[in-house]
Design a protein around this ligand. Sequence first.
Ligand code: ADP
Ligand code: MG
Length: 315
Amino acid sequence: RTSRSKMPQYPGLDRWILVEKMGDGAFSNVYRAKDSTGEIGEVAIKVVRKFEMNSNQRANILKEVQIMRNLDHPNIVKLVDFSESRQYYYIILELCPGGELFHQIVRLTYFSEDLSRHVIVQVAEAIEYLHETSGVVHRDIKPENLLFYPTPFVPSKHPKPKQPGDEDKEDEGEFIPGVGSGGIGTIKIADFGLSKVIWDSQTMTPCGTVGYTAPEIVKDERYSKSVDMWAMGCVLYTLLCGFPPFYDESIQVLTEKVARGQYTFLSPWWDDISKSAQDLISHLLTVDPEKRYTIKEFLAHPWIRQSGEETTAAA
Ligand code: ADP
Ligand code: MG
């Protein structure tokens, strides 16, 4: 356990009591924190080291915050507050106590089709809101940026082995996605650091003067949305089998494979995964962005429409 005294102190962050570090990035640390006023409860705080950034990078942080400020969807991490000191930006976010989806894939090796559907449908609903309602493309969809709020644990058949000193404690059990009725819980898209506004939030038209927008801009907008769809294909592929569709030790070879859309449904891992799931993935991992599925087409696909009665984890 991380003790509170070991947590760093940041100027101007007096309201929040840092509890533990949850993650980090190139210029930031993310902490779980408690509200000292008790008004809000727990949050996540992304502390960004301004002093290590150039003016362009700083502007990008402000853009990230500005974009998040305008979003309101159950499957998107909410911005709670934003402030700054001389050296830091503080991005106060809705806490996702489950952490990264990435860790759950690693822990379970792979997800069943029902559990994968339960996850990807939530991601898709957030993407639909971004693409169709907010005019935002995320541009960095990946398992590390998909966080979740776990289903409340039902103390059932998975008791944690008792540790010495735990005798009086209630059985907390172990979090096993898919066990119980709620699947994994609520998936939330995080990290708008690379995201971009493609629509004017006021007029809901492609950014620029209405009627004067050039065709390549309109096309650009469609292309930029399609990058999120490609990424969703990669996420869905990874959920179902536990490894990504494109991989190589050499960055050069990997880049070549992606450029050609060179992937396979590798045997034996894909042998028992439905043809319908493979069909959906192949419409996302389509090199030509014009032919790639849009979010609407994704949501209409039979594999998505078919309801998972049981959301069970992979054995
Ligand atoms: P970066 O741009 O550095 O990738 P992120 O916003 O993705 O920054 O945050 C980095 C990591 O911090 C995430 O991958 C996740 O592990 C953790 N994290 C970020 N936001 C939250 C949150 N709201 N709740 C829980 N963990 C979070
Ligand atoms: Mg990230």
